[in-house]
Write a protein that binds this ligand. Sequence first.
Ligand SMILES: Cc1cc2nc3c(=O)[nH]c(=O)nc-3n(C[C@H](O)[C@H](O)[C@H](O)COP(=O)(O)OP(=O)(O)OC[C@H]3O[C@@H](n4cnc5c(N)ncnc54)[C@H](O)[C@@H]3O)c2cc1C
Length: 375
Amino acid sequence: MRIAVVGGGLLGALLAWRLATVPQGRARPRIDLWTGSPRRRDRDATSSSGGMFRAFETSPRDSALAALSLAELRSDAALRDWAAFREVGSVVVRPPGADADASLRAVEAVLPGQAELVDLAGISRMFPFHGLPRGSYAVVERRAGHVSPDRLRDEVLARLPVAAVNRLACDVARVDATPSVCPVGGTPIGYEVVVLATGPWTPALLARSGLDGTEYRTKQIEYTRFTGWPDGLGVFVDETSGLYGRPTGRGTGILGVPTERWDVRPSAAVADQDGVERLLDTVRTRLPGTGASLLQPAAVGTRCVAAVDCYHDTPGVTLRAIPSGEGLFTFTGGSGGAVKTALAATREATRLLLGEAPRPSPGRLPVPAPGSWRA
Ligand SMILES: Cc1cc2nc3c(=O)[nH]c(=O)nc-3n(C[C@H](O)[C@H](O)[C@H](O)COP(=O)(O)OP(=O)(O)OC[C@H]3O[C@@H](n4cnc5c(N)ncnc54)[C@H](O)[C@@H]3O)c2cc1C
């Protein structure tokens, strides 16, 4: 089988690697990996990603995939090294009444004992958060942390078997549903399967190709580097205020709050002073004592990182069939959280592409099977 994977971000690189390293005895496809020009790569989601990595997610499907991914990472020393995994712990603070049962069950099925529920009094004992609403609770995972998605991508790309993967560092102008790939300045090349792992460039590529991309949108994500990181605080999300962050080194860390900047082109992502002021307000309320005063307006350009990810109406990374084509799929839509699920999602996609499980139809997400990371 000839497969084209378009996009050399974390998802495209891992998918090509999975396809090229299926165990002996199973059909091995020939893969063309279209990585795009280096100019794009510097603006992709993977190179700016915060790399927060835990099992609990608000969607049960993503929790299953994230738990499977964490299980694989923990069981594989080489992967941990490639990804520069740091086990600093994780806490997700949830608003009063938010349901976590189905997600916790999905995590427990893969990693028993991974997640612990902590009430507001417990949060106050364990973490430096202030002003949380009464009735808030937390999902705490001691065995979670962060990775470097950029490093993992590079290590995987460097290990792609040359006999199975042909790397093409040029931009794809458009695709069609036959399916084929047409590089910039070239003529269409036909494949049995084409997968668009083009992250935030996906809506534009679909539009250029005359295909329906209305379910896909881009959104800006940003964070800022801080000093004065509180002792004992690992990776965190405070859903009651939107604040998230992780430590980066001795006494330093990154912090952010969600933006509402939709439909931003990847090359146009930029942090502005309004966003920084909003972040500083939230930091002063939730983490007073963190070195917010060190962040001066003049430093916005150097201390802030802004990039764009691909969001989907039904969030989550999976193979999505393009309705007008037999073998044309997208593989994106992680909606700001795909690093956690990438290892298991690429394993799942490999099984589907090689015909070991029924391929998805539009609008239906496959349910990940616990234990499938051992395949
Ligand atoms: C600022 C930020 C922080 C984040 N933090 C976290 C986090 O802490 N934890 C977490 O789990 N997730 C996080 N995410 C989400 C996660 O990083 C992304 O979902 C993930 O990296 C997406 O990978 P990707 O391969 O789909 O896309 P990308 O990394 O954007 O890669 C797409 C690739 O496609 C290539 N391409 C595009 N168009 C073409 C074309 N026409 N021809 C050829 N190639 C093309 C580009 O060169 C690019 O390399 C974050 C995202 C951002 C933006």
